[in-house]
Design a protein around this ligand. Structure first.
Ligand code: HXC
Length: 522
């Protein structure tokens, strides 16, 4: 028996909907090296898990020939699915219909999907590929953007929001990804800017192409807008899946615990020799991070931006932690404007989503100079203090080497509420570096040196004296500002013990004065 006519009609409509803007447009999309919205979703979600919503939504516009143009779905595919067995809401713009441009109904679908995510506590994944506001729909399209931005803000800190930029994303449209927690960009095929090359040229005469203005590399290295970059759509989807595996579904849940098979009491003798004897010599902090965390679990965020700081996720005894560190191998690990922003925003994300923070410290201070001062290093640096002080998740700190001055306080010190601070025997906790300090303390003595050679020798002696008396972990440990001094090899077992004991820390048991919201310097 054949299908009933009503069912045949449904099948016909589904077939049409699956084609979006049509075969030709799909071929064009492929020719650009991009997958379609549906192909991207297929790659992302578990087989047969996708529950599509609003497949038959159509726009209501009639002007500018819109009454003769429509596609079921209106240029965006939305629904619920699982990724690695965990629920997500997926929004994928379909460039094949009118360039994925956003009109009234397109926006309404996105808002509906976000409502599912918010009310059920499910992360939202938004795959952007759009020419922006649908020009024919005018203010209805602007209203749609406004509604989406509002939802992004309502969802902020409640559910993880992940954006991938997989094509154009221009004008005000950039503010939805900007309000989300993570942005993945695809090299070559994606770009993000407020005003495109043509307007830039007309307005200020600057000649620049789309990629130079807002391509993936630019946002990953210069603006810091892209947390991750991928070589193609497949890789971008892979990054999203990996990122999700570290995140809880919402702010009322803990991140997933997995068995990593790495023994919690594994000591690592190689760590004992990792810090060079010369205190001014660089080393790679990532080596320490990798050795301390469960094997192969470090997942760096913002890898290419503000490389004097390191942030990322990892696991300790299977539990997710957020890792923050200074990187002595880049600009000596100083704090500057960008690294302060990088650290502050990551710490706040971890705090919002119940992810304990482990901080590895080797910081000589703040970057000096007019560029930093005039750029507002005071304001940006303050964000680090704010974010750490405000965070109520377990905060564990390891002082590896330098912890000087204000930067010592900022980097998750006991004074900002760190729960457990360990130091290596190589730690130098002081107001400033021994060289500078010795020149101030022994200024008069140094002034009487007859030759520069004599002065140099005296200074060396004073520096040594300062090091012995001050620049070590024991003065701070004597006051209880450092909870314990550990052999480097013992770092992992010690951190895991601390984490296992402190993991039940909850914001409801930490006193914070009642307030509407604080005012983080921005
Ligand atoms: C309506 C659009 C569109 C838009 C693209 N299309 N953008 N239709 N509104 N915003 C249509 C094209 O007309 C074309 O239709 C199809 O989508 C594919 O576009 P192409 O131009 O062929 O693709 P490509 O060469 O890859 O170029 C993509 C593009 C370009 C760079 C995005 O289309 C473009 O510059 N579009 C205009 C972008 C723009 O000005 N948007 C408004 C920005 S302001 P046909 O029928 O030929 O297939 C904005 C404000 C948001 O977004 C405010 C929020 C607060």
């Amino acid at each position: 028996m054949g299908e009933r006519p009503e069912v045949l009609k449904l099948m016909e409509m589904r077939k049409k909907a699956l084609l979006g803007g049509g075969k030709e447009a799909i071929e064009k999309q492929h020719a650009k090296g991009k997958l379609t919205a549906r192909e991207r979703i297929d790659l992302l979600v578990d087989p047969n898990s996708f529950l599509e919503v609003d497949m038959f939504v159509r726009h209501r516009a009639t002007e500018f020939g819109m009454d003769k143009r429509f596609a079921y779905g209106d240029g965006v595919v939305t629904g619920l699915a699982t990724v690695g067995g965990r629920r997500v809401v997926v929004i994928a713009q379909d460039f094949t219909f009118m360039g994925g441009s956003l009109g009234e109904m397109h926006a309404a679908k996105i808002v509906k999907a976000m409502n599912y995510a918010l009310s059920s506590g499910i992360p939202v994944i938004f795959l952007n590929d759009s020419g922006g506001a649908r020009i024919q729909e005018g203010v209805d399209s602007l209203k749609g953007y406004g509604d989406i931005f509002y939802m992004n803000v309502m969802a902020s800190g409640v559910i993880p929001q992940i954006a991938a930029i997989m094509g154009p994303c221009a004008g005000g449209a950039v503010y939805s990804p900007a309000l989300m927690d993570f942005i993945v960009m695809v090299k070559g095929t994606s770009f993000m800017f407020i005003t495109g090359p043509r307007v830039v040229k007309a307005a200020i005469g600057e000649v620049v192409n789309e990629q130079q203005l807002g391509g993936a590399e630019v946002h990953a290295t210069k603006s810091g807008m892209a947390h991750f970059i991928a070589n193609n759509d497949e890789e971008a989807v892979g990054i999203i899946k990996k990122l999700l595996s570290y995140l809880p579904s919402n702010n009322a849940e803990d991140p997933p615990v997995v068995q990593t098979g790495d023994p919690p009491n594994r000591a690592d003798p190689e760590l004992d020799a990792i810090v060079p004897e010369d205190p001014n010599q660089a080393y790679d902090m990532k080596e320490i991070i990798r050795r301390v965390l469960d094997k192969d679990t470090f997942f760096e965020v913002h890898e290419l931006w503000a490389r004097n700081a390191i942030v990322g996720f990892g696991r300790l005894n299977g539990r997710v932690v957020g890792v923050v560190a200074n990187q002595p191998a880049y600009l000596a690990g100083v704090l500057d404007i960008d690294s302060s922003d990088k650290i502050a925003s990551f710490v706040r994300f971890c705090d919002a989503f119940n992810i304990p923070i482990v901080t590895f410290v080797d910081v000589p201070g703040y970057l000096p100079g007019t560029r930093q001062e005039h750029g507002g290093i005071i304001r940006h640096g303050a964000k680090v203090l704010y974010a750490y002080s405000e965070a109520t998740v377990p905060k564990l700190t390891v002082v590896i080497r330098k912890a000087y001055g204000g930067a010592y306080i900022a980097m998750s010190s006991k004074h900002l509420g760190a729960d457990f601070v360990a130091a290596w025997p190589t730690a130098e906790i002081a107001v400033m570096g021994p060289e500078g300090a010795a020149q101030i303390i022994w200024r008069k003595e140094l002034a009487v040196a007859k030759t520069s050679e004599e002065r140099k020798k005296m200074l060396e002696k004073f520096v040594q004296e300062y090091r012995e008396r001050v620049a070590n972990p024991y003065v701070a440990a004597g006051r209880g500002y450092i909870d314990t001094v550990v052999k480097p090899r013992e770092t992992r077992p010690t951190l895991i013990k601390a984490l296992e004991y402190l993991v039940s820390k909850r914001e409801t048991r930490v006193w914070v004065p009642p307030k509407k919201h604080g005012l983080m310097p921005v």
